[in-house]
Design a protein around this ligand. Structure first.
Ligand SMILES: [Zn+2]
Length: 412
């Protein structure tokens, strides 16, 4: 099933999707919210209340790990033993190799001198998403093993084949992030997913999977999290002041598989594909370093003006006409209802149409200037919301399992 006819033509790539995708990953609400509430902590509290199946907020340490009373222990990973207080660069090769040539990718490990949780960072599951690679590098090389409690495992380039080709996909055009937790006897993608999941991810107490927008779209640094899961909610609160979007994970994503395996996981989106964007990289590093501090893994505190996460609901504004899209707003812009977002000009007829914001909110994602087809999702407007609570509550009531989803390549 080819789900991306328009964008794939423009991006020059097509995905082979596993099965049954249809549901929207994001909450594509059409509510006309004019919410500019700044009571973020209140919103977060209400949000926690909305997940009422669980009476209290899980303490962060408990959400991420069971209590460790023993002294720091050696970490067994990929056939190696990493002693406490040391850092190593290991190598992971998927069991299924292309062209019979082994393909390996580095796995960076810092085993702290003191006991604590094991946090894992993965990047470039989509090979063209570069910001996460640099985020992992910066975080890993900043950590002194002697000052770390617990362990940090970083896989900067999961999809090394895609990375080499500058492609989101594996060489067989499969999206690796639709095959977790994998299958040792399945397709190449399923085997690679299985190997990563069992050899590395299974050792994690919590996971942060780093992504960017896809197909020439860029995202304001943001956390995508299933806020129906209290452990995941708690994890989102560790990052400091970052935009948090409720997003039911698509079946087959690393985030979905890890959370099912009781490893709380979030996706961090920062910037767009195929570029290294320093501001986005720095924002991501700051968020993860804050998480390390909130998890009690490091003592250093990062300063945020407002330490609370900011919960958003969101909606995409789509192009109604095809043509050349030029944006009038930038990432992070605040918009009012009715503000001009951008124009689309038909290069043949010179007919121009304008896209206006149906909501008051903030631009949390947008398409880079490009040629678009009608229906192309161009501007992602986030509405800071108390309403997130209602949204999560509704999702809870429905209890509908996510059967997968692929929104014009906007999902992780
Ligand atoms: Zn991605």
């Amino acid at each position: 099933m080819l789900l991306l006819p328009a964008t794939s033509v423009l991006a020059g790539e097509a995905a082979i999707e596993p099965t049954d995708n249809g549901a929207d990953v994001l909450q594509d609400t059409t509510v006309d919210a004019d919410s500019r509430s700044s009571e973020t902590s209140a919103a977060a509290e209400k949000l926690v209340e909305a997940v009422s199946a669980h009476e209290h907020l899980v303490p962060l340490a408990d959400a991420v790990t069971t209590v460790e009373e023993d002294p720091a222990a050696p970490l067994q990973l990929l056939g190696k033993e990493i002693m406490p207080g040391t850092a190593h660069r290991l190598s992971w090769s998927a069991t299924e190799l292309f062209e019979g040539v082994p393909v390996s990718t580095p796995v960076l490990v810092v085993n702290g001198a003191s006991p604590g949780p094991t946090l894992c960072l993965t990047a470039a599951v989509h090979g063209d998403e570069l910001n996460g690679i640099e985020i992992v590098r910066r975080v890993m090389h900043e950590i002194a093993p002697s000052k770390l409690s617990g362990a940090l495992i970083g896989v900067p380039i999961v999809n090394v084949q895609g990375f080499r080709r500058g492609s989101r996909y594996l060489p067989d055009r499969r999206d690796l992030n639709r095959y977790f937790p994998g299958n040792p006897n399945g397709s190449a993608a399923a085997r690679i997913a299985y190997s990563l999941f069992n050899d590395v991810i299974a050792h994690c107490d919590a996971l942060v999977d780093l992504h960017t927008g896809s197909f020439e779209r860029s995202n304001l640094p943001q956390i995508r999290a299933d806020l129906r899961n209290p452990d995941v909610v708690t994890l989102t609160q560790g990052f400091g002041s970052m935009v948090v979007l409720h997003s039911k994970p698509t079946v087959g994503t690393l985030r979905h598989a890890a959370t099912l395996a009781e490893i709380p996981a979030v996706t961090v989106e920062a910037g767009g594909p195929s570029q290294l964007e320093l501001a986005e990289v720095k924002h991501g590093v700051k968020g993860i370093e804050t998480l390390l501090s909130t998890l009690g893994m490091v003592r250093k505190r990062r300063f945020w003006g407002d330490p609370e996460p900011v919960y958003y609901k969101s909606s995409w504004v789509r192009a109604d006409n095809g043509g050349i899209l030029l944006a009038d707003v930038s990432l992070g812009s605040t918009v009012r209802k009715g503000d001009l977002l951008g124009t689309i000009t038909d290069p043949m007829s010179n007919q121009r149409s304008e896209l206006f914001s149906p909501y008051a909110g903030r631009i949390i994602g947008l398409a880079r200037n490009q040629v678009v087809m009608p229906g192309f999702a161009a501007f992602h407007v986030g509405m800071q919301a108390d309403d997130v609570t209602a949204q999560v509550g509704a999702a809870n009531a429905a209890q509908k399992p996510s059967t997968g989803g692929y929104v014009d390549g906007m999902s992780e």
